[in-house]
Design a protein around this ligand. Structure first.
Ligand SMILES: Nc1ncnc2c1ncn2[C@@H]1O[C@H](COP(=O)(O)OP(=O)(O)OP(=O)(O)O)[C@@H](O)[C@H]1O
Ligand SMILES: [Mg+2]
Length: 333
């Protein structure tokens, strides 16, 4: 798969925001640092990391909703610059399922109207009957039937899980090549989670749609991206990237190791890891980020080397951002 041109390729992406509220003096926050990522057709990549590390920002760059401060984006080998560039239509092929399902749907439009408009826009020549047939088919796919029960409702009249399914229907109605799903199941009951994840798996298998699955939860990522990759993010950087099965069985970056150890094990006799392999349990903050390694304040293996710029290395199974990696691995032998 890797010899082909990626569907989407990010090269050295940086994103700097002006800090909200900083009116008197310009203050900036460097949210994404030097992110490079290739997404291939039919591939699933789980993007995992703690709250505030920049997952949604990266998802918005992938879908063209944000223009990065620097770096390049290629869609099927052609350079693109975001949906704001009117000449670029490639971003129609990428759909974003937002983290907040309530904010993503227009509150004064019924579900029918929210689904009708994008389909009619894509298939301008379709009659109302044809669009209605497509809506019916989508409602069957997402498991909300009889559809009349839902289509005449407004977003606030549906549950969070039902709204997530509608967002899914709207995203797949446009038959995109790539869907970026931002925490699509985090606000959904456990019973419904599996059906949404299975629905996405089916779309991936049957229609070869690629997915970027954003989550702070390694267990749903392991389920959904079982044959795919994981990109582990920490304070705006991808610190480890590889096949998810390999990364979970042999995590190489110290942060990934802690993340894997923190996953609950469904065994009542398992007492759990005594202590996470971290120097501090305090979450990192992008605003206090210093130069050198982003993880050095919490890393058990930190040395003076870690004040220098980090470089990517390859462990046996993954690409890892940690210039001190060989020492880390030696210590663990
Ligand atoms: N439009 C914006 N303007 C200024 N700062 C922003 C903007 N969007 C995001 N940020 C900042 O960027 C950082 C990363 O935010 P982001 O929403 O990407 O994190 P996340 O990993 O998705 O977190 P969560 O898991 O909580 O959803 C945060 O510090 C946030 O305050
Ligand atoms: Mg987010």
């Amino acid at each position: 798969m890797e010899n082909k041109t990626p569907l989407l390729s990010l090269k050295n992406i940086n994103m700097v925001f002006k800090k909200p509220g900083s009116l008197l003096k310009d203050q900036y926050i460097h949210v994404l640092r030097d992110i490079s990522l290739d997404i291939y057709a039919g591939e699933i990549i789980a993007l995992v990391g703690e709250s505030g590390c920049g997952k949604t920002t990266l998802g918005k760059i992938i879908t063209g909703l944000y223009k990065p401060t620097s770096g390049e984006i290629y869609f099927e080998g052609n350079k693109v610059s975001g949906i704001f560039d009117k000449k670029v239509t490639s971003f129609n092929e990428i759909q974003f399922i937002q983290q907040d399902s309530y904010a993503a749907l227009n509150p004064v439009r019924t579900i029918y109207q929210s689904l009708y408009a994008p389909i009619k826009n894509k298939h301008k020549k379709w009659s109302k009957k044809e669009v209605d047939a497509k809506i019916e088919e989508l409602m069957q796919i997402i498991g909300l039937y009889p559809s009349e029960q839902y289509l005449s409702k407004y977003p606030h009249q549906l549950s969070g899980g039902q709204r997530q399914r509608i967002l899914m229907a709207r995203a797949i109605s446009l038959e995109p090549k790539l869907i970026v799903a931002d925490e699509p199941v985090s606000m959904i009951d456990v019973s419904l989670r599996l059906s949404i994840l299975n629905l996405m798996k089916e779309l991936n298998e049957k229609l070869k749609m690629s997915f970027v699955y954003i989550s702070h939860d390694l267990s749903t990522s392991r389920y959904f991206a079982a044959n795919g990759k994981v990109a582990v993010m920490y304070l705006g950087e991808i610190v480890e990237l590889g096949q998810i099965a390999d990364v979970i069985s042999h995590p190489s970056h110290p942060y990934t190791r802690a993340l894997v150890q923190a996953v609950p094990v469904p065994d009542p006799t398992y007492k759990g890891a005594d202590e996470l392999p971290l120097k501090s349990m305090q979450l990192g903050s992008l605003e206090d980020r210093t130069e050198g390694c982003s993880f050095k304040e919490r890393c058990l293996y930190c040395t003076s080397e870690c004040n220098k710029k980090q470089t990517y290395q390859s462990s046996k199974t993954a690409q890892v951002l940690c210039c001190n990696l060989s020492t880390v691995l030696d210590k663990d032998k």
